[in-house]
Design a protein around this ligand. Structure first.
Ligand code: SF4
Length: 360
């Protein structure tokens, strides 16, 4: 039976088989093909070569230490001004209690707003407090946007900041804040946020300090297909130099309570599949492609396991950011829930931390 019916995809399959990176033009063609079976067969072959029948998942919690943020990006439904009635900052005791309440977790994922008043010791002590409760916990902390802010505010060079945070317990860095690099689009959805160029610079410095990171991309807002390719191209180029990205995470934009009127319908199933499969094929040098089940929904996340995705995300106990923007998925999924999604699709679940080290 012939799976591939799109002639562009036949050429791409041959290149992938020969280990030749696909071009930007080929990526554009993949983003518009209706030959989903053909596209996914290429992406899935790559996934199987890299990871066999394994699909990774994590048992973690989210820690959003403050929703106060000086940037108030139009794309953000989570942030608040300091004097808003629902603005909050977690104390170190609050944080300790949350970690204890989360129970048997392997990892904590920390992201917050750019608060104008918190002292530097708060950030370092946050990491130390968590490690003191459970020394084996893997801490994934602070986006490049937060690192840029802390470095400038406290006049600490990024190299030194990374070393200090590593010494305090930092394990790896999430991929948030990347949004979409194209300046015209970024200038509308997040005008005060660091530029895409600066985001990439900060990631390069983290990689140079031996810290692995993720890379994200926010899609289905006002970007064009060429902006997606531009974003993927920058990730692939930096990875060729540093090899520090472990995972690429496409994120579907949720617009509820944001100031962005995307004028776009919900992405179709094909839109989402094309995005993940194209990322898997184009980013030949990035080991993992993650589909966060809470962004795309558990049913779509399960289907994506046949489309190049090898990581379904984690339990995300206490997630707040995407749910502030209207995500309809539960705020967290149990471990058996994730295992069932993976097994039901015919794969072998493997519980890991954010560095893909098995934790059981
Ligand atoms: S997206 Fe991040 S930087 Fe922008 S307002 Fe929200 S919390 Fe602040």
């Amino acid at each position: 039976m012939k799976i591939i019916t799109d002639s562009n995809l036949e050429a791409i399959a041959e290149k992938v088989e020969a280990g030749i990176p696909v071009t930007d033009g080929e990526a554009l063609a993949m983003l518009s093909t209706s030959d989903i079976m053909g596209l996914c067969s290429i992406a899935h072959t790559i996934k199987q070569k890299l990871h066999g029948n394994v699909v990774y998942y994590g048992v973690n919690m989210n820690l959003n230490y403050t929703n106060v943020c000086m940037l108030r990006c139009p794309l953000c439904a989570f942030s608040r001004d300091k004097n808003d009635t629902d603005a909050y900052v977690l104390s170190l005791d609050d944080i300790a209690n949350k970690i204890i309440q989360a129970g048997d977790i392997d990892e904590v994922h920390i992201v917050g707003g750019l608060h104008p008043d918190l002292p530097f010791s708060y950030y370092e002590d946050m990491l130390k407090t968590i490690k003191a409760i459970k020394s084996t916990i893997h801490i994934v902390a602070f986006t490049a946007v937060e690192y840029d802010y802390l470095s400038k505010k406290f006049d600490i060079p990024l190299d030194e900041l990374f070393v200090r945070f590593k010494n305090a317990g930092l394990g790896s860095i999430p991929g948030g804040g990347a949004e979409i690099f194209a300046p015209e689009v970024r200038g509308i959805i997040a005008p005060k946020k660091i530029s895409g160029k600066r985001w990439l610079e900060i990631m390069a410095i983290a990689h140079r300090n031996g810290i692995k990171t993720n890379a994200t991309m926010l899609f289905n807002h006002i970007e064009k297909p060429a902006d997606i390719i531009d974003h993927l191209c920058h990730i692939r180029q930096l990875q060729d130099t540093t090899k520090g990205f472990k995972t690429f995470v496409p994120l579907v934009f949720h617009e509820e309570h944001t100031k962005i009127k995307a004028k776009r319908k919900e992405p179709t199933g094909y839109d989402i599949i094309r995005m993940y499969a194209t990322a898997r094929i184009y980013l030949h040098n990035v080991p993992h492609i993650k589909a966060l089940w809470m962004y795309v929904g558990p049913k779509v996340a399960q289907v994506l396991l046949q489309c190049g995705v090898d990581d379904i995300g984690a339990t995300y106990y206490d997630e707040k950011v995407v749910h502030s923007a209207g995500a309809k998925t539960p705020a967290w999924g149990s471990e058996p829930f994730l295992q069932h999604l993976i097994c039901d699709a015919g794969f072998t679940p493997l519980r890991v931390n954010a560095s893909y080290i098995p934790t059981r």
